[in-house]
Design a protein around this ligand. Structure first.
Ligand code: FAD
Ligand code: PHB
Length: 388
């Protein structure tokens, strides 16, 4: 096979990049390790910045998002079981959209299918070759046969555990990392969400978050030790702990029910620099990870795609320097999101060695946020998404 851009990974970043390149007349092939059903079974992000919504509009994959997504104009934060609201719309004129990553991925698959795009699923043993030269190629095995894709460029959209970043020689890439000493237990349940807007709660027992997917599908999280056996968290234990950490009125009206998904995820911040090695460009989780507290992971993947897609279009239009700008432009925005996600994580979670002093500092930080329009505007600007 021969294509202009070989995309490794058929998650949201690979699909979005492929679709935008197609609309600009640039050919690509996606190689995905798993089946489509497997990719679509992963319950992940739920909050889209408006910039991400606009990217999906540009990709002609936003019809269902506008029919079924929930625009939110604000968010609730809580400390000491008392909530206060930050009004994004009033402070910044911006809003966010609640729409699951699974749905975004489905919509992008539909768009790629409608355009006749090539997505190779169950591509095993993907290997990248010739990154330093001007004629790279990718090999993979499918149904026992080895295949080869020749291309101009490779986009590494294959997530944190993918092969792309691992193909860059040591010494050519710098990595920055912080691992947080706790995880999130996430539960999906067929119950009406406890609140119309998301609730992020600080509590001496640990962080809690109330989110949603639709009127009868709730998504909740609590901070837990990352090595807790999942069996310890019966549904009853989960609901009891969640309620203890929430604003009192939310705890009282919480509808509970059987969980339909339950898992513990670790929290980390990670950045690899630069996001380019020769003809390879890293995109999304392949280059960076944020703790989910700021709801930035999927949104950063979308802004990376914006920068890379613009650079590739300019390159094929004759601008030979355009691709040099990709990594510095993307990283400038990424570090802003890394900072905000780190700040939200640090302010809202209970750390293992945290004493009364640190708890009071967190509560004071949140009291300041509750009372200062300046602090709220800064929060709203970051949460709704900094400009591209
Ligand atoms: P991915 O979604 O990881 O997609 C990468 C794709 O590449 C996958 O389909 C994978 O199968 C494929 N792949 C990997 N290796 C290879 C290979 N060698 N060859 C071929 N294909 C390969 N963000 C939030 O904002 N809020 C959240 O609540 C949230 N929760 C999360 C929970 C978990 C468990 C994880 C892992 C992430 C979560 N995120 C969350 C982050 C968000 O989901 C990611 O930022 C987003 O999925 C990034 O998209 P991506 O396309 O870059 O990577
Ligand atoms: C979610 O709905 O899954 C979600 C929402 C906000 C976050 C993280 C996850 O910060």
């Amino acid at each position: 096979m021969r294509t202009q851009v070989c995309i490794i990974g058929g998650g949201p970043s690979g699909l979005l990049l492929s679709q935008l390149l197609h609309l600009a007349g640039i050919d690509s092939v996606i190689l995905e390790r798993h089946t489509r059903d497997h990719v679509l079974s992963r319950i992940r992000a739920g909050v889209l910045e408006w910039g991400t919504v606009e990217m999906l509009e540009k990709a002609q994959a936003a019809r269902r998002l506008h029919e079924e997504g929930f625009p939110h104009d604000g968010v609730l934060l809580s400390a000491q079981n008392r909530a206060f609201r930050i009004d994004f719309k009033a402070l910044t004129g911006k809003r966010i959209m609640v729409y699951g990553q699974t749905e975004v991925t489905q919509d992008l698959y539909d768009a790629r299918d409608a355009a006749g795009g090539t997505i190779v699923h169950e591509a095993q043993g993907v290997a990248l070759h010739g990154l330093d030269g001007d004629a790279p190629h990718v090999t993979y095995v499918k149904d026992g046969t080895e295949h080869r894709v020749d291309c101009d460029f490779i986009a590494g959209c294959d997530g944190y555990h993918g092969v792309s970043r691992a193909s860059i020689p040591e010494g050519k890439i710098r990595q920055f990392e912080r691992i947080y000493p706790f995880g999130w237990l996430g539960v999906l349940s067929r119950t009406p969400p406890v609140s119309d807007e998301l609730i992020y709660a600080n509590h001496p027992r640990g962080f809690a978050l109330c989110s949603m997917r639709n009127e009868n599908l709730s998504r909740y999280y609590i901070q837990v030790p990352v090595d807790d056996p999942i069996g310890k968290w019966t549904d009853t234990a989960f609901w009891d702990e969640l309620r203890r950490r929430l604003p009192n009125e939310a705890a009282e009206r919480m509808a509970t029910g059987a969980s339909i998904e339950k898992a513990i995820v670790p929290l980390r911040s990670f950045v690899a620099e630069p996001m380019r090695h020769g003809r390879l460009f890293l995109v999304g989780d392949a280059a960076h990870i944020v703790p989910p507290t700021g709801a930035k992971g999927l949104n950063l993947a979308a802004s990376d795609v914006h920068y890379l897609h613009e650079a590739l279009v300019a390159h094929y239009g004759g601008d030979r320097l355009a691709l040099d700008h990709y990594s510095p432009r993307a990283l400038a925005r990424i570090w802003q999101a890394i900072r905000f996600s780190w700040w939200m994580t640090t302010t809202l979670h209970r750390f293992p060695d945290q004493g009364e002093f640190a708890q009071r500092i967190q509560e004071s930080e949140l009291a300041h946020l509750a009372n200062s329009a300046t602090a709220q505007t800064e929060f709203a600007e970051n949460y709704t998404g900094l400009p591209y």
